[in-house]
Design a protein around this ligand. Structure first.
Ligand code: APR
Ligand code: MG
Length: 220
């Protein structure tokens, strides 16, 4: 279930809760996959230390810094690049899944989400810095990933990508952003999600087979 959206001001009113800010960086591109499929846009996500896909960013302390200053600090650690994210780039805030708005406490988490368009050249710089100078590379961040926004045969591309596991509500943040910005048409996104669900079922079978295999191995 989706949490109710909060305005930035409403969210900041919950001063006793924890706050985290994340950003979706994206650009346009003229690149073509295999020299034919137009990529159109680049959207950056990351493989996190916990094995889940998410957006760069992290915990901020609104009593000591603005949300955006905290986000810029987190980005410097995770992608090794200073990105000037501003309040104008804020798109949504809500309680993280599992944090109930009816009984906010110091363990509740409010998630603030930003979207920022940059140049393709900057995307390349972010990717380079994220793997070289970023303090968190190989620690909290296992690597930056580009979201494949195209759909090729048999669910290759966006459908497969969407079938992976994401932190919190990062998958919804991605989907809502793709729609809001018109980066993927609604019918194509709908089809991709339907395909991702099928993939998910197939992955479950695959996992069952791997589980059965290790069951045998551990007895040897
Ligand atoms: N939706 C909901 N929750 C999210 C999302 C999201 N899209 N992205 C991240 N979170 C949660 C994470 O589970 C974490 O609890 O927000 C919190 C902070 O985000 P991180 O990016 O993980 O925070 P960061 O400051 O970069 O890393 C600190 O070290 O102590 C650990 O578990 C702690 O994940 C935290 C990490
Ligand atoms: Mg983080």
């Amino acid at each position: 279930m989706e949490s109710k959206q909060l305005s930035r001001a409403e969210a900041l009113g919950f001063s006793g809760c924890r706050h985290a800010c994340h950003v979706m960086l994206y650009s346009d591109t003229k690149s073509r996959l295999f020299g034919r499929t137009p990529m159109e846009h680049i959207v950056l996500m990351q493989m996190r230390f916990d094995g889940l896909l998410g957006f760069p960013g992290g915990l901020v302390n609104p009593s000591k810094e603005t949300l955006e200053a905290g986000l810029i600090r987190e980005l410097l650690e995770e992608i090794g690049t200073e990105i000037p994210v501003t309040a104008e780039d804020h798109v949504e805030s809500c309680f993280a899944p599992g944090s109930s708005p009816s009984s906010p406490s110091s363990s509740s988490l409010i998630i603030h989400f930003y979207v920022k368009k940059i140049e393709e050249e900057q995307i390349r710089e972010v990717e380079k810095a994220a793997a070289s100078t970023a303090a968190d590379h190989g620690l909290e961040v296992m690597g930056m990933v580009r979201v494949p926004l195209y759909t090729l045969l048999r669910g290759s591309g966006l459908p497969f990508f969407l079938s992976h596991s994401f932190i919190g509500n990062a998958r919804s943040q991605l989907i809502r952003s793709l729609l809001r910005l018109g980066l993927v048409a609604p019918d194509r996104l709908h089809q991709a999600l339907a395909h991702a669900l099928e993939m998910h079922a197939r992955s479950a079978e695959d996992l069952q087979a791997a589980l059965a295999f290790t069951e045998v191995q551990k007895r040897l």
